[in-house]
Design a protein around this ligand. Structure first.
Ligand code: GAR
Length: 192
């Protein structure tokens, strides 16, 4: 019998995408197990969510490392120790750099709340709303040395012609919570 794949999720905030992936694993919709949460904000709500789901957490203060390379080296060591096959960034608000890419490149994916290549970087939903966009969306892509510029794996459009940021966030999140678990499942099945 083939062994379940082992996922790590990196998150910095609320963790709704973390929970969407974890519950999809728990229910068997993703044939994998989330074995590690990596979090650069020890007080973030996602840490509590991980505890509730019995997921081991590596939470750290970035400033406690002398350099970003040291911090990423420590993260990669934890990924090695946990035997991680795939890393899913889910609201991890840091740029992944050379140390992690040299050890896990090609095995790190990210979700971004816009139809890339439009609106990379921070506050993508606000940027798009301010621009007057009428079709918003979500992208899942491989992570490389660019900011939100890696090869696109999946996208979903979110049509919205209103002006209410909260309402728009609700629609974008709903799309994310469907698309991310479904894409991870397809990736693991070798379908993308
Ligand atoms: C998500 O909307 C995700 O797309 C975004 O952060 C949010 C995290 O929400 N990521 C980025 O903006 C990355 N550039 P969550 O903590 O509820 O999953």
């Amino acid at each position: 019998m083939s062994q379940k794949k082992r996922l790590a999720i990196f998150a910095s905030g609320t963790g709704t995408n973390f929970e969407a992936i974890v519950t999809a694993c728990e229910s068997g919709r993703i044939p994998a197990e989330v074995v590690l949460l990596v979090c650069d904000k020890p007080a973030a709500a996602v840490v509590e969510l991980a505890a509730r789901h019995g997921v081991e957490t590596f939470a750290f203060q970035p400033k406690s490392y002398p350099s970003k390379a040291d911090m990423e080296g420590a993260i990669a060591d934890r990924l090695d120790k946990a035997g991680v096959d795939l890393v899913c960034l889910a609201g991890y608000m840091r740029i992944v750099a050379d140390t992690l890419l040299s050890r896990y490149g090609g095995r790190i994916i990210n979700i971004h709340p816009s139809l890339l290549p439009a609106f990379p970087g921070a506050r993508a939903v606000e940027q798009a709303l301010n621009y007057g966009v009428k079709v918003f969306g979500v992208t899942i892509h491989y992570v490389d040395q660019t900011v939100d510029g890696g090869r696109i794996i999946a996208q979903r459009a979110v049509p919205y012609e209103g002006h209410d940021l909260d309402e728009l966030f609700t629609l974008v999140h709903a799309a994310e919570h469907e698309l991310y678990p479904a894409t991870v499942a397809r990736l693991l099945a070798g379908e993308v």
